[in-house]
Design a protein around this ligand. Sequence first.
Ligand SMILES: [Zn+2]
Length: 371
Amino acid sequence: MNRERLIRTFQELVSIDSPSFGERAMADELTRRLKELGFAVSEDGAGTYYGGTAGNLYAYREGSLPGEPLLFSTHMDTVEPSRGKRAVLHEDGRITSEGKTVLGADCMAGTAAVLEALTELKEEQADCRSLELLFFIGEEKHLRGSAVFDYSKVRAKESYILDLSGPVGTAADQAPTLVDFQITVHGKAAHAGFAPEQGVHAVAAAAKALARMELGHVGKNMTVNIGHIEGGVKATNIVPDTCFLMGEVRSYSHEQALEEMKKIEALFREEAEKAGGSCEVHFTVPVHAYQVPGDHPCVRRFRKACGKLGLSGDLKPTFGGSDQSNLSLHGIDGLVLASAMEQVHSCGEYTTVQGIETVAELAKLLMRDSA
Ligand SMILES: [Zn+2]
């Protein structure tokens, strides 16, 4: 690996501001680099759809090795605080931000690794699989970019998403369904001193329902959370007429997550109606559960490459969503590879020179595997 070039690429990518739905400069830079590497690049209309500055990037390059194309993917956006970030290389090989922003190793470590693997393959004029690349926008906003991509143009049946924390050489083969919900309990306002009996206390009704909910781990495979609650107006003498709550359900079983959502809805309806009020429940399912079969070619290929590099090749479930969740929905099975990003979504985020380098080597082996 050309270590210096790899780290320079990483630093250059990190220095580009690329907040969710503000990925224009990153999309332009990646497009330029991919064209140099011989890829046909196109951008979809996801940016316009969401009011962002750039769409998802799709790139394709015919290979000299037989077989269906392999798909590699990362996302272009980073979480806040992200403006003006800079990658600082330390003597021990760690790379951090300057402390006031995230680093953006999520997802630029994986992105730089893929670019370096491609650059080396080109320099070596090495045989390579046909490759499809996807760089998504808005991943950090509930996978919005990959939710609207037109997958009919993708030929690959196998994908590798470079977007996971943990030891390089491990990967996630299972992810949960995520249900996001919003509940509004409607009561009736009344003067709290003169005529409280004429009111319907929305906060009290919601509190009763909430007290009956199971929160945290519910069984082995599911979690439930209420993340935010607000109710009434800022006054002590009014019986509050509304209470608003938002939360989520996560489960490795899609059906179980939806069933739990139904239970929660029923609970709030019951308590609201008992109090003489009513209740509105809205939910979305931004992430769908999947599990890759253990004998899938993408698993065999990953394990083989890890073996060559002396890496564990361990698979484990993740309880977070990634763009792979949307790929799986469209019939593209794949793994989410650990990609040298640690303490992500914090200003303490870091990566290591050796970590990125190993990810690049792994990507290169996968791209060259014709079996
Ligand atoms: Zn990420």
